[in-house]
Design a protein around this ligand. Structure first.
Ligand SMILES: Nc1ncnc2c1ncn2[C@@H]1O[C@H](COP(=O)(O)OP(=O)(O)OP(=O)(O)O)[C@@H](O)[C@H]1O
Ligand SMILES: [Mg+2]
Length: 262
């Protein structure tokens, strides 16, 4: 499904060069769910940006569904890749209503777009909104700009469920939410991924989440994958084990420790 071959990304000029991602090899099969942890500046978001195509790698190649997509721009990769980032504003059109945003998501899924919100489509929207349990089914005609961050992020996840991507990239998508909403959105996202069997990469600072979700976990540091856990080893891992791994590598990061709280 996804293959990275010695992918590197450096920013800046030779004088102030930052090697954000260094020679990463990574392979995901269909249905794999990978979680990524790592300290601030480890290169996690840069890696997801390279996969999404928002910036080209300095070297290396990226293959998606067996085709070389290294030179393919983000807007064309968006046919296969869904992306939810920390900022809830990013995934929606704020000036449009909830229903119009949902209609856009349905259009992206390749179904024929009629201008009208048909009765069938409305039923589907109402079902999707009821499942969120946030009362958004009563706000279909409200502009998205009037929703709270948590409500908007829930809507973004629902939009992804209406148009399941081949590959879902989550970059700390609950980080800007309060603990209760973060937990609710995390559960909702996890249930959706498992239900749809989506191929997923999730970046998180929350080590409990990183252990609880997915079938593989990698730790990044200084642009490299420095540790990898899968199968029973991952299932048996505790937050303490991960903290131990971090400290063994002299990675001091208060945020990682704070992430344990919920
Ligand atoms: N557009 C850019 N221009 C210059 N440097 C950049 C750019 N984007 C990222 N970097 C640098 O690359 C390194 C990796 O950044 P990145 O955002 O990938 O880290 P991260 O692991 O996502 O961190 P965080 O946990 O804080 O989100 C950092 O040193 C960062 O300053
Ligand atoms: Mg980041």
């Amino acid at each position: 499904m996804l293959r990275l071959e010695r992918v590197s990304k450096a920013f800046g000029t030779s004088a102030d060069r930052v090697h954000a991602v260094r020679e990463i090899d990574l392979q995901l099969r269909r249905g794999d769910f990978l979680t990524i942890i790592g300290s601030n500046g480890a290169g996690k978001s840069t890696l997801l940006n390279l996969i999404a195509g928002t910036s080209p790698p300095t070297s290396g190649r990226i293959f998606l569904k067996d085709r070389d997509v290294t030179g393919i721009p983000a807007y064309r990769r968006a046919r296969w890749i869904g992306r939810i980032v920390q900022d809830p504003v990013a995934g929606t059109v704020p000036s449009m209503t909830v229903a119009e945003n949902l209609a856009l998501a349905m259009k992206r899924s390749g179904r024929r777009l009629t201008r009208a919100i048909t009765r069938g489509r409305l039923r589907e929207m109402l079902d999707a909104m009821r499942r969120l349990g946030m009362g958004l089914e009563d706000r279909l005609n409200d502009p998205v700009s009037t929703l709270s961050g948590g409500e908007r992020q829930a809507l973004t996840v629902a939009m992804a469920t209406l148009a399941p991507p081949d590959l879902l990239l989550l970059d700390e998508h609950t980080a800007s939410l309060d603990p209760a909403n973060a937990l609710a959105i995390t559960r909702m996202t996890g249930a959706f991924i498992e239900e749809a069997g989506l191929t997923t990469i999730m970046v998180t600072h929350n080590m409990e989440q990183a252990i609880a979700w997915g079938d593989r976990l990698v730790m990044m540091h200084n642009g490299r994958i420095v540790h990898s856990l899968a199968g029973d080893e991952k299932k048996k891992a505790s937050v303490g084990d991960l903290v131990e791994l971090f400290s063994r590598r002299h990675i001091a990061d208060d945020e990682l420790l704070l992430g344990v709280a919920y």
